[in-house]
Design a protein around this ligand. Structure first.
Ligand SMILES: Cc1ncc(COP(=O)(O)O)c(C=O)c1O
Length: 428
């Protein structure tokens, strides 16, 4: 049966990358089961999305119940899950960020956030960071620079978008080391305002509080604080793209909490509804109220079933103490990984917040080791551990098991990773 179905792969466009050849039949929390009954551990959380695990019974129940009652509104009428979700989100979003526009995907949320910023400021300029990923629609893609493969042959992009290097300390754009760092990445921004666009023509600065696709990199705390100050000084809106880092991934509801920075606009998706299509643009009443009726809209966005799944997801994170678990498991993973790093020089850098950990593979002179990581991931996959890479050179593991991962599951995964390192990289 499987072979027959897999033959249909040929009619899916090549552009769509499916990372493994596993034909999955069902899923349960961290486990996936293929059509032959083989079980895998999913340390990718379906691209950092099934934060409370696959098919949590509370989410499945909420979806079933809502699907039986009402599937679609198309903005023709109100429905309870939409209003209840807005209320629920207010419990967890940063102070003052308490108005919502619900959409379907991360890219759509970014698109909408850019429109809101331009509309509410009356300015055009958008500043983003080299290395960032914000989606693949034209607006969001114009900001995306995590790899040329997302931009190649799509010129021209949305005008008035400017880039400045993301503070990726292990591979500093300015060749600095933490000991000598003078925050050139910040001064570069100020220089951009002197040479390319005056700050009073900039609508927004958009940044991922932790770089996702670009390599699982958290910026120095000081950098985000300075960015906030810069935005305040010039009345520029600070947009934090929390699509990947938000909804508990870093052990806090939103990664911004680690930095003590509150954005003006925030984008949320992935983990919000455990895999159901849903995203949100979140902002203050003051900014949102500048958007008049009809200035933005959607047919499917915030559909009843996705909203019901999101409410259930948030409740599970609260009831099961999953933020605390993510912190504990994140510390445990980080400690073990740093220990492993001591024994395997192939691990150039291990970094992260909560359960958003980047493990960077290097060769001689810290050159990115794409091949080494590929072999390690293949070894792990043969032993039923699914990992996912990131970074422009695809030499970084994006370590993102569900927030609900148990310590024995985490250790089982790390044991496999360690044996892969022994087999592929030698030493240990
Ligand atoms: C930070 C960030 N923003 C936006 C997006 C785009 O989200 P989507 O794929 O749902 O359009 C992603 C997806 O990986 C992301 O990581």
């Amino acid at each position: 049966m499987g072979d027959h179905v897999m033959r249909a792969k040929g009619v899916l466009t090549n552009a769509l990358v499916i990372h493994t050849d596993i034909l999955v039949k069902k899923a349960d929390r961290i486990y996936l089961e293929d059509i032959h009954g083989k079980r895998y551990m999913d340390f990718t959380s379906g691209l950092a999305t099934t934060n409370i695990g696959h098919n949590h019974p509370a989410v499945v129940g909420a979806i079933r119940k809502q699907a039986e009652a009402l599937i679609h509104s198309g903005c023709i009428f109100y429905y309870e899950p939409l209003l209840l979700l807005a209320e629920k989100m207010r419990e967890v979003t940063p102070p003052g960020l308490d108005m919502f526009f619900f959409a379907n995907s991360g890219a759509e949320a970014v698109e909408g956030a850019l429109k809101l910023a331009r509309f509410s400021t009356g300015r055009q300029g958008i500043v983003a960071f080299t290395g960032g990923f914000h989606g693949r629609t034209f607006g969001s893609m114009s900001l995306t620079t995590s790899s040329m493969r997302y931009r190649k042959s799509y010129q021209p992009f949305v005008p008035s978008v400017y880039h400045s290097p993301f503070p990726y300390c292990f591979r500093c754009f300015f060749g600095q080391r933490p000991a000598t760092c003078g925050m050139d990445c910040y001064t570069h921004l100020e220089r951009l305002f002197k040479h390319l666009i005056p700050p009073d023509e900039v609508a927004c600065i958009v940044i991922e509080p932790v770089l996702g696709e670009g390599g699982y990199v958290a910026p120095p705390k000081e950098f985000l604080k300075k960015l906030r100050e810069l935005c305040n000084r010039w009345n520029i809106l600070l947009i934090l793209d929390e699509v990947q880092a938000g909804m508990g991934r870093t052990g806090r509801w939103f990664a911004s909490e680690h930095f003590g920075v509150v954005p003006d606009i925030m984008t949320v998706a992935k983990g919000i509804a455990s895999g159901m299509p849903l995203s949100a643009i979140v902002s203050t009443k003051e900014i949102m109220e500048k958007w008049p009726k009809g200035a933005h809209g959607t047919t499917f966005g915030g559909n009843p079933v996705s909203c019901a799944a999101a409410i259930a997801t948030i409740e599970v994170i609260q009831k099961e103490g999953l933020l605390e678990n993510a912190q504990r498991m994140g510390e445990h993973a980080m400690k073990r990984l740093r220990g492993i790093q001591q024994r395997f020089p192939s691990l150039g850098d291990v970094r992260g917040l909560g359960l958003m950990i980047g493990i960077e593979f290097v060769g001689d002179g810290d050159q990115p080791d794409t091949e080494g990581l590929r072999k390690v991931m293949d070894f792990c996959l043969e032993r039923c551990l699914i990992l996912l890479e990131c970074g422009v050179d695809k030499n970084i593991i994006r370590f993102c098991p569900p927030l609900s991962v148990k310590s024995e599951e985490l250790d089982a995964g790390l044991d496999i990773l360690e044996s892969a390192l022994k087999a592929v990289c030698g030493g240990g």
